[in-house]
Design a protein around this ligand. Structure first.
Ligand SMILES: C[S@@+](CC[C@H](N)C(=O)[O-])C[C@H]1O[C@@H](n2cnc3c(N)ncnc32)[C@H](O)[C@@H]1O
Length: 251
């Protein structure tokens, strides 16, 4: 069941669509990287930023990341079945997974939209997309495709998708207000984007200074005209924000 906590009330109270500087979380220690989708202390180039700058992280070593992202142990805290269930996808719908990585969510999305539906796995990292294409073939996901996209554009046609999933990736995207407007344009009226990301006190995740509160995510999406709702979930280390493009008013 979905919680009826509307962030828009909080947004109006805050009176700003700018992301707030993120204070240091109380529990900033990470796991050291072997049980997270965001390994710490072990990656090469990266860049930290605030106010819409993304966390530029090198994901080209697919073999290494596949061992982390697709670790069966991840299911216990990522709860992919619950995430996809909360998306309330229907057979025949088109769904995009932005920052899809190794394609951890693709089979579940594929099953949810069925043979008449379409799944599009998108990523900036060509090695991830090549890996997804192999996975799509080996798992015979006939309704699924993968593509490389630029960092600042999901590359989706206007009003072409019913739903968009963005897991552990929103904090990597820069200029998120502009990106939100592109997501809004890509969704059909009534369609939704779902952002799943780490809470500030999660035992693993991105560096503390890169973590975004659900309120900040809500502000960034609301700036594009989305209606925001948090979803009630049982994920131990993450939140899930739904942003819906309002349905067009009937004549
Ligand atoms: C932490 S991984 C998450 C992968 C996947 N969503 C999952 O849950 O397993 C982040 C992924 O986002 C991709 N990425 C980073 N910035 C992106 C952007 N601006 N647009 C699309 N993908 C991006 C990275 O290449 C990486 O594969």
């Amino acid at each position: 069941m979905q919680r009826t906590t509307f962030f828009l009330v909080l947004l109006m109270a805050c009176g700003s669509s700018e992301a707030e500087p993120e204070p240091e979380p109380a529990a900033a220690e990470t796991s050291g990287g072997e049980e997270t989708t965001e390994p710490q202390h072990t990656h090469g180039r990266h860049h930290h930023g605030h106010h819409g700058q993304g966390h530029d992280h090198d994901f080209s070593d697919v073999e290494r990341f596949a061992a982390i992202f697709d670790d069966p142990e991840r299911d216990s805290w990522q709860k992919p079945d619950e995430v996809v269930s909360l998306m309330a996808l229907e057979p025949g719908q088109t769904v995009a997974d932005i920052g899809a990585g190794t394609g951890y969510f693709l089979s579940r999305l594929s099953a949810a939209v069925g043979s008449e539906g379409r799944v599009i796995g998108l990523d900036v990292e060509p090695n991830m997309v090549a890996h997804m294409e192999q996975r799509i073939a080996s798992e015979s996901l006939a309704n699924t495709e993968a593509a490389v996209v630029p960092t600042d554009d999901p590359g989706l046609e206007a009003a072409s998708v019913d739903a968009i999933l963005i897991v552990d990736t929103w904090h990597h995207i820069g200029e998120r207000d502009d990106y939100s407007a592109k997501l809004f344009a890509a969704l059909k009226p009534g369609g939704s984007v779902f952002v799943v990301d780490f809470t500030r006190d999660a035992p693993h995740g991105p560096p503390p200074e890169m973590r975004l509160s659900p309120l900040t995510v809500a502000e960034e999406l609301a700036s594009a005209g989305f209606e925001i709702q948090t979803l009630e979930e049982t994920l131990p280390h993450q939140y899930m924000v739904r942003a819906t493009r309002p349905a067009e008013a009937s004549e």
